[in-house]
Design a protein around this ligand. Sequence first.
Ligand SMILES: [Ca+2]
Ligand SMILES: [Ca+2]
Length: 166
Amino acid sequence: MGLIYAVLFAGLYITVSEGCIDGWVQHNDMCYFLSHDKATWYEALAVCSSVFGTLAEPSSADLQNFLVSQIPKNSSFPHQHFKYWIGISDVFKETHWMFISTQQLVSKTFWYPGEPNNNIATGLDNTDEDCVLFNWDGKGSWNDFSCTSRYLFICQKEDADVNVIG
Ligand SMILES: [Ca+2]
Ligand SMILES: [Ca+2]
């Protein structure tokens, strides 16, 4: 936790804390959390929303590279790498990839070659692929995947928390 200060506003004391809480990493004015547990994309979005954040939205090469730099090595299976849900989906309209928090179309993408393919040939279920997995190749690339599959996930939230204390 970084700087905390209190201000009197409209007769109320308000605390403002800046910086990221333990377990989150800071980049620019945002904090990011890489989960240790797996969840469906929908569950992951709910978890991130429950702490007033959302799933991570790599909207620039800078942020994409930062998130890649934060992925831990898989010590149990050195030849494998961790993959994470991020906040991009085409669940609203097929092939229209949007940031989930703003429903803005994604302009800068980092798809693995051949993706997104909306592949339904996995045999796991009959759903198409509407959610984005980050780090498909161990270098951060994206792959659209079935939203009900269970993977790790990355949350993001702003680095300032505002609370009314009375
Ligand atoms: Ca799709
Ligand atoms: Ca795919």
